[in-house]
Design a protein around this ligand. Structure first.
Ligand code: TYD
Ligand code: MG
Length: 460
């Protein structure tokens, strides 16, 4: 057997270096090289693994059987929504998320609702711990098999014995192949084990889910190469202090990545939230200055969220504080500049706090106008009408720009009892005619016009 050599792998991109350096040559990241031992089989594992998969045969595309590879429902409707139907046999899904967000809980619930035999490999917790949690979640089923095992060899042996039709590995960073020599969680191990599990999934034609930890900045820990070898990458997000959890597809080979799943963490595990708008608006106090409801779109899903602003006049020369929660701070700074130059509303001597309620992140520019109105409402201490929703992108010239899928947003607003909407002139030429019942739609082409419509204009 070849002697093991010390190498340095980049924790970000997985590139291997024979000498330590402060910067990875391959991806340019700093301080990411970690000591490791060279993968003795690096040149042979792939080839050996390929032999596991039957040889491919070229055929005219029309002759291929489209029914193979149809997704199987997971039994959890919010998860099916994100996966565009369910899990495809032979596919590998990577589920990433911060510790404690609920990955193990979600997967245990999935395993319990899976109709055929499934295997849960826990490489981090003891079997007893998982059993206790399963009891609390009412997830103890005859079909659900459990093994607490970090060794890849033993995991493959368990697969041979149990012959499951769904495999979950919690987590890929805790699994190690004894043949590889380096420590669990190292780039060599994570990459090697993931490759092997992908091959096993394809060979056995079973859907496989790998749990992946994320780093402080939200990226998946371990080599980025993991994202390339799997078919689907899901990200489970949420604020730790909120019960809301959002599941998104970052990559999905079998469908769109537009859908979003919403869950609430409860005593009995994760519960799907089919009516998210209602949940977000439940604690709203209409009539408070600085609060505006925005009909936003997350993927294909309309969501009504409350945007809040608070301003405080400051004296002195220190630059006043700006804080943006659930919003891009750069966008907030831009909108403050536009308000000053195009609408004559200066907040340069005010502290500004802006936030989106409920642990949601608003990234679409369609929320610009709502934020501007919330800011003006806060600084003038005048509430915006409580039955109003506002949607529009704000340009640098103070113009209100087009936003897509307006009718879907307005229908959601009408469903929740809102009666007024301010939207861009061009989103809805004709939308005023097609406005959903009960909703009066007004259009604005500039920020000043929109402020007039919201009864917030400042007389100069
Ligand atoms: P967990 O699934 O262990 O997170 P991860 O696998 O992503 O690290 O979830 C941990 C948190 O979820 C824990 O802080 C407790 C909470 N929780 C509930 O609130 N209700 C429940 O029914 C369960 C099982 C967990
Ligand atoms: Mg866990």
């Amino acid at each position: 057997m070849a002697r093991l050599r010390t190498v340095y792998n980049c924790g970000d991109c997985g590139a291997m270096h024979y000498k330590w350096a402060g910067k990875c040559d391959s991806c340019g990241a700093w301080n990411t090289l970690v000591e490791d031992v060279e993968d003795p089989n690096s040149h042979t594992t792939l080839a050996a693994g390929m032999a596991l998969i039957p040889p491919g045969e070229a055929q005219p595309i029309g002759k291929l059987d489209a029914s193979v590879g149809q997704p199987l429902s997971t039994g959890i409707s919010e998860l099916d929504r994100v996966l565009d139907g369910g899990l495809v046999p032979g596919s590998v899904t990577l589920l990433g998320g911060e510790p404690g967000i609920g990955k193990s809980t979600l997967l245990l619930q999935l395993l319990a609702s899976w109709p055929t035999r499934s295997l849960y490999v826990t490489a981090e917790e003891s079997a007893q711990q998982v059993r206790l949690r399963a009891e609390r979640l009412h997830a103890v089923r005859d079909n659900l098999w459990l093994v607490s095992e970090p060794s890849l060899t033993n995991i493959v042996a368990a697969l041979d014995k149990v012959k499951p039709e769904l495999l979950v590995i919690d987590s890929i960073q805790a699994v190690a192949d004894p043949a590889l020599g380096s420590a669990p969680g190292s780039v060599v191990q994570v990459r090697g084990c993931a490759h092997r599990l992908v091959q096993e999934a394809k060979r056995r034609n079973i859907p496989t889910i790998l749990v992946g930890h994320v780093t402080k900045d939200g990226g998946l820990a371990g080599p980025r190469v993991l994202e390339h070898v799997v078919d689907t990458v899901l990200s489970f997000e949420g604020e730790r202090h909120h019960a809301l959890r959002i599941l998104r597809a970052v990559k999905h080979r079998f469908g769109s990545t537009n859908e979003l799943g919403l869950f609430e963490m409860t005593e009995l595990g994760l519960v799907g939230v089919p009516d998210a708008s209602q949940m977000f608006l439940a604690d709203r106090r209409p009539g408070t200055p600085g609060s505006v409801v925005v009909p936003t779109l997350e993927g294909q899903r309309p969501l009504l969220v409350e945007v809040q602003a608070l301003t405080n006049a400051m004296s002195g020369n220190a630059p006043p504080r700006r804080s943006a929660q659930g919003l891009d701070p750069g966008r907030l700074a831009m909108l403050l500049a536009v308000l000053e130059r195009r609408a004559g509303i200066s907040l340069s001597q005010h502290e500004v706090f802006a936030s989106v309620v409920g642990g949601v992140r608003l990234s679409e520019p369609g929320s610009d106008l709502g934020l501007c109105i919330a800011l003006v409402s806060a600084v003038t201490n005048k509430p915006a009408p409580s039955d109003l929703v506002v949607c529009g992108e704000v340009g640098l010239g103070g113009e209100i720009r087009h936003v897509g899928h307006m009718s879907r947003r307005l229908t959601e607003a009408a469903r929740l009892g809102f009666t007024k909407a301010i939207v861009p002139t061009h989103s809805q030429s004709g939308a005023a005619n097609k406005a959903p019942a009960g909703l009066t739609v007004q259009t604005a082409s500039t920020l000043s016009e929109a402020l007039d419509l919201a009864q917030l204009s400042i007389k100069k």
